[in-house]
Write a protein that binds this ligand. Structure first.
Ligand code: CMP
Length: 140
C-alpha cells in the first residue's frame, strides 16, 4: 500500500457548529495524520477557483456562496491510501446515502452543507494541496 496525501476541508456548516475537533478525531482515528492545517475564510474568487470543475453544475453558485459564508479548516492528511481512506471516513456526498458511522451520516445537514470535502484522486489531491499550502507549510 502507498503512503498518500489528500486535501481535506472542514466546511462552514461544521465550523459554525464547533465540531471541527470531532471531525478531526474521526480522521485521526482512521489512521490519517494531519501534516498541515489552517483555519481560513475564502474570498468568492478563491471558492470559484477551487470549485471551477463544477462551474457548469446547477449548484455552483450556491456552493460558492456557502463555502464563503464562514470559516473553513483546510488540512493535508497523510497515510496509507489516504485519498480513498478519507473518502471512506467521510461517506457519500449526500448524507442520505452516507453509510452509518461516517462523518457525513453523523454530522452533515444536507448535500450542500455536508461538513467535509476530500480530494477524489491522487492527481486532484496534489492540485488541491498546492492550491491551499506552500511546501514549507506541510510538516510530515
Ligand atoms: P464536495 O465534496 O465539496 O464537492 C462539491 C460540492 O458541491 C459537494 O461536496 C457538495 O457540498 C456540493 N453539492 C451541492 N449539491 C450537489 C449535488 N447535487 N451533487 C454534488 N455535489 C453537490
Amino acid at each position: 500500500m502507498a503512503i498518500e496525501r489528500t486535501l481535506s476541508i472542514i466546511k462552514p456548516d461544521a465550523t459554525a457548529r464547533n465540531i471541527t475537533g470531532k471531525i478531526i478525531g474521526r480522521l485521526e482515528g482512521a489512521g490519517l495524520r494531519v501534516v498541515a492545517q489552517k483555519r481560513v475564510r475564502w474570498s468568492k474568487e478563491r471558492a470559484e477557483s477551487f470549485y471551477e470543475v463544477h462551474k457548469d453544475r446547477p449548484f455552483y453558485n450556491d456552493l460558492v456562496q456557502f463555502m464563503t459564508s464562514g470559516p473553513i479548516v483546510v488540512q493535508v492528511l497523510e497515510g496509507e491510501e489516504a485519498v480513498a481512506k478519507n473518502r471512506s471516513v467521510m461517506g457519500a456526498t449526500n448524507p442520505e446515502d452516507a453509510a452509518a458511522g461516517t462523518i457525513r451520516a453523523d454530522f452533515a445537514e444536507n448535500i450542500e452543507r455536508n461538513s467535509v470535502h476530500g480530494s477524489d484522486s491522487v492527481e486532484n489531491a496534489a492540485t488541491e494541496i498546492a492550491f491551499n499550502f506552500e511546501d514549507g507549510e506541510i510538516i510530515g
